[in-house]
Design a binder for this molecule. Structure first.
Ligand SMILES: Nc1nc2c(ncn2[C@@H]2O[C@H](COP(=O)(O)OP(=O)(O)OP(=O)(O)O)[C@@H](O)[C@H]2O)c(=O)[nH]1
Length: 598
């Protein structure tokens, strides 16, 4: 039987997870820094040549202890950002243990606690790793105290190391094999494997990362997805070392990749359980929790003729992004597109930039919004994720907005300022606990106030030290109104927004001023107005301008004139023509500018 250890590294952003991973690869594969660089780079070049996307989120390492016993260490990478906590959960479901990396110059932060809670819920062995001990301001003693008092896990196995210099790494490897348990399961049982991740590869079709709990899997095996009853044939399989290394067979306890032999994307695979078609198991492995999006926005292809390509690209992205929600949408102004749900702004930005980078599709996005619950007079409840679909006012009994519970961890000296912005964001305090040098506090804050810039503001006032973790709590009745924006008397449905009554006038004035700044002048006056229920509450005007680009060409150089006119036409192409007005795409995102101008 192979000695296997499956683990993940969890950490707050920048605490050194990537550096430590590289260090472990280097140490186990006996590579020098240069060789490692080449190895990773080589495989990337190879992949790039064939246009394949690398996604080596798991690496299998060979570790030989001092008694010459061989261990296979599978470590599964996890992203560190607050938007991607669900990805952490996914990776952890395939492990028996975690390395909890803490930067000893920073100490414990909100995400350290949140990730640790996941690991505890899954009953994983947690090995604290105190990193960056080479730095002069490192304070491992204090971090150990905090682990004991705040996270409340045993500290006797904690390892102190520097991922940068390599100090303590041998000790860490020894501890990994010593305290993380060998995976359970039996090779004789029928196959049960969990799909941890899935992505689309131009050449191979669907590729998945799996963890085998029971049984084994080899090339040409016919497999069955238990829940969907879909059947596939395994075309190829193997492990990442970090290169993609083909293998003959994968056994229980192992983590590896499989190629399905299917190019058709008709299903989401992540979280599904695979079994053997011939000798099937009926038991599903615990599925990941489906994460509900926190914000919604409309995405529309900038060039309407790319709609089909856009739809296919979104489907491919959804293969490994189970939290991306999409639904066909139609805007009077922007045409056919999709209403998409995201975990947060960063997630939204990543999706947009992947569409542009990987699929060459430029999109216009509407302002992100949270989901509102609307109680109608006929007692029906409507979940509204698109302000342009706001029902008629006289049909509404009550509007409820989503509230989130926020856990903030900060050094004591920033507490006052943080409380101030929490109040400004309509927050109500739940709890505040003073530890030695830091404070943990909980606030209930409307989700709409958090999604745009709360995290950035928190980081700015605390010089980057405060950290935030939040989750949806409940819907609560609130005084909300829908604001419409009209440009040259045309209602721009994709610019409608829902705001608290208290902020409606102030924000309406702000947004029309932002639009005024972004919009080019035309050869006529353009009024920009904000309205609530057809009553104009704010207005500004873009004064007319006759921009004659050829006025400098007195004389009559006709070819130069033509060139200038062509350039002017090109400039116009980047804008959306609505009525007889050209609107630059930045306008559709003006709600962000509005918040930046606060
Ligand atoms: N001095 C010192 N610096 C370190 C050590 N480990 C990591 N760093 C540095 O800390 C910074 C963040 O390290 P990363 O490994 O990128 O952190 P991460 O946790 O992977 O960050 P995310 O991927 O953003 O979550 C980098 O500049 C590293 O060089 C260490 O042991 N000592």
């Amino acid at each position: 039987m192979k000695n296997i250890r499956n683990f993940s590294i969890i950490a707050h952003i920048d605490h050194g997870k990537t550096t430590l991973s590289d260090r472990l690869i280097q140490k186990c594969n006996g590579l020098t820094k240069r060789e490692m660089f080449n190895q990773v780079l080589d495989s990337m070049d190879l992949e790039r040549e064939r246009g394949i996307t690398i996604k080596a989120q798991s690496v299998t390492l060979k570790y030989i202890d001092k008694n010459k016993k061989i261990f296979f260490l599978n470590f599964i990478d996890t992203p560190g950002h607050v938007n991607f906590s669900h990805e952490v959960f996914r990776s952890l479901s395939a492990c028996e243990g975690v390395l909890l990396v803490i930067d000893t110059t920073q100490g414990i932060e909100a995400q350290t606690i949140a990730h640790c809670n996941y690991a505890q819920k899954l009953n994983l062995t947690i090995l604290p790793v105190l990193n960056k001990i080479d730095l002069p301001n490192s304070n491992p003693k204090k971090v150990l105290e905090d682990i004991k008092n705040i996270i409340k896990i045993p500290i006797q196995d904690a390892v102190q190391c520097s991922a940068k210099t390599g100090q303590g790494i041998s000790e860490l490897l020894k501890k990994i094999v010593q305290i993380i348990p060998q995976p359970s399961g039996n090779v004789q049982n029928s196959l049960q494997a969990l799909i941890i991740d899935s992505w689309f590869d131009k050449y191979f079709g669907i590729v998945s990362l799996i963890r085998i709990k029971n049984g084994s899997l080899k090339k040409k095996d016919k497999i069955l997805i238990i829940r969907t009853k879909k059947i596939y044939i395994i075309e190829n399989l193997g492990i990442f070392t970090p290169k993609r290394m083909p293998k003959d067979k994968l056994y229980n306890g192992e983590v590896g990749w499989i190629i399905f032999g299917s190019k058709k994307i008709d299903t989401t695979l992540v979280g599904e359980t695979i079994t053997s078609y011939k000798n099937p198991s009926n038991t599903l492995l615990p599925k990941f929790k489906k994460i509900k999006p926190k914000i919604y926005a409309g995405l529309f292809p900038f060039e309407p003729k790319k709609y089909i390509l856009f739809r296919d690209a979104l489907n491919k992205l959804k293969l490994n992004d189970i939290s991306l929600f999409t639904e066909p949408d139609n805007s009077k102004i922007l045409g056919f597109g999709f209403r998409c749900g995201f975990l947060g702004l960063l997630h939204m930005e990543i999706v947009q930039s992947r569409l542009e980078r990987e699929y060459n599709i430029k999109v216009i996005s509407t302002a992100p919004t949270v989901i509102y619950e609307i109680l109608l007079k006929n007692n029906q409840i409507l979940l509204l994720d698109n302000p342009s679909k706001f029902p008629k006012l006289d049909t509404i009994k009550e509007i409820r907005e989503p509230l989130a519970i926020c856990h903030i961890l900060t050094p004591i000296k920033y507490v006052g300022e943080i409380i101030k912005i929490c109040i400004q964001k309509r927050g109500t305090q739940q709890k505040i606990i003073y530890h030695d040098t830091c404070v943990s506090m909980s606030y209930i804050i409307p989700l709409s106030e958090i999604i745009l810039d709360f995290f950035d503001q928190l980081k700015t006032i605390s010089s980057g030290y405060a950290s935030l973790e939040y989750k949806f709590k409940k819907f609560k009745k609130s005084d909300l109104v829908k604001i419409d924006i009209l440009i040259n008397h045309i209602k721009i449905d994709s610019l409608s927004m829902i705001q608290h009554k208290k902020n409606a006038l102030k924000n309406s004035k702000k947004i029309i001023e932002v639009i005024k700044k972004i919009m080019p002048r035309h050869q006529f006056n353009i009024p920009i107005q904000a309205s609530i229920s057809n009553t104009i509450i704010a207005r500004t005007t873009i004064k007319q301008l006759r921009k004659n680009v050829i006025e400098k060409c007195y004389g009559g150089d006709i070819s130069r004139k033509k060139k200038l006119l062509k350039q002017q036409k090109k400039g116009k192409k980047k804008m959306k023509q609505i009525g007889n007005v050209n609107i630059p795409q930045e306008v559709f995102f003006s709600i962000f500018q509005m918040n930046k101008n606060k």
